[in-house]
Design a protein around this ligand. Structure first.
Ligand code: 5RP
Length: 220
């Protein structure tokens, strides 16, 4: 199977977690796009969706799927999204597509976070993929200096502005032995909006696309 076929397979498998009459959180990226396309086939079953980016909102709407404002809902049964890296404990690095802040907000609201990845995303230790950090533009240099003090090498994502009007620092070579600790430490830096570590709120279910089929990992 190609990487794209594996992404398609996990996206389709995630439909099993979509319950009739509920609101579905929808992530961002190529795997999430496959999920949106699959969701279109059962769109009359769901009450609506919450999109984690403008891009996903446009794709959902193009399929005629209702996109709602998160502030108008109090419950979300499931959130389906991809990741850039995942451990077997379901701690993630996300934000390769730059949507990490909205993704983290939608994941926080969801009862269940189903993460969909191909097997190239599974790692023993997070951090080969540079960690995205969303930063208020005027704080960019200050935050970068603080990250250097933590041992990371921040690189400004060129020509990119998030849906929230901010910039992204992609941080290389950060020691992420304790993901939840680093997640909190980065969030303490004034000017940081959010970082791409999902350790304090990891995924609940990880669907991994392999040559042999879709493997399900669950921590509780
Ligand atoms: C976007 C994300 C994506 O989930 C992540 O980058 C994976 O993308 P893809 O499914 O295209 O491999 O976090 O901000």
């Amino acid at each position: 199977m190609t990487q794209d076929e594996k992404k398609q397979a996990v996206a389709r498998a995630a439909l099993e977690f979509v319950e009739a009459g509920t609101i579905v959180g929808v992530g961002t990226g190529s795997t999430a796009n496959y999920f949106i396309d699959a969701l279109a086939e059962i769109k009359h079953k769901v009450d609506g969706t919450i999109a984690s980016s403008e891009e996903s909102a446009r794709r959902l709407q193009a399929h005629g799927i209702r996109v709602m404002d998160l502030n108008s809902v109090s419950e979300m049964a499931v959130y389906v999204d991809g990741a850039d890296e995942s451990t077997k404990h379901l701690c993630l690095i996300k934000g390769g597509g730059g949507a990490l802040t909205r993704e983290k907000i939608v994941a926080a609201v969801a009862d269940k976070f189903v993460c969909v990845v191909d097997d190239t995303k599974l790692v023993d230790r997070l951090g080969v993929f540079p960690l995205p950090v969303e930063v208020i533009p005027m704080a960019r240099s200050y935050v970068a200096r603080r990250i250097v003090r933590m041992g990371g090498q921040p690189e400004l994502r060129q020509g990119f502005t998030t849906d929230n009007g901010n910039v992204i620092l992609d941080v290389h070579n950060l020691d992420i032995l304790e993901p939840a600790k680093i997640e909190s430490e980065l969030n303490q830096i004034t000017g940081v909006v959010c970082n791409g570590l999902f350790a304090r709120r990891p995924a609940d279910v990880l669907l991994v696309g392999r040559d042999s089929g879709v493997e399900t990992l669950q921590i509780h």
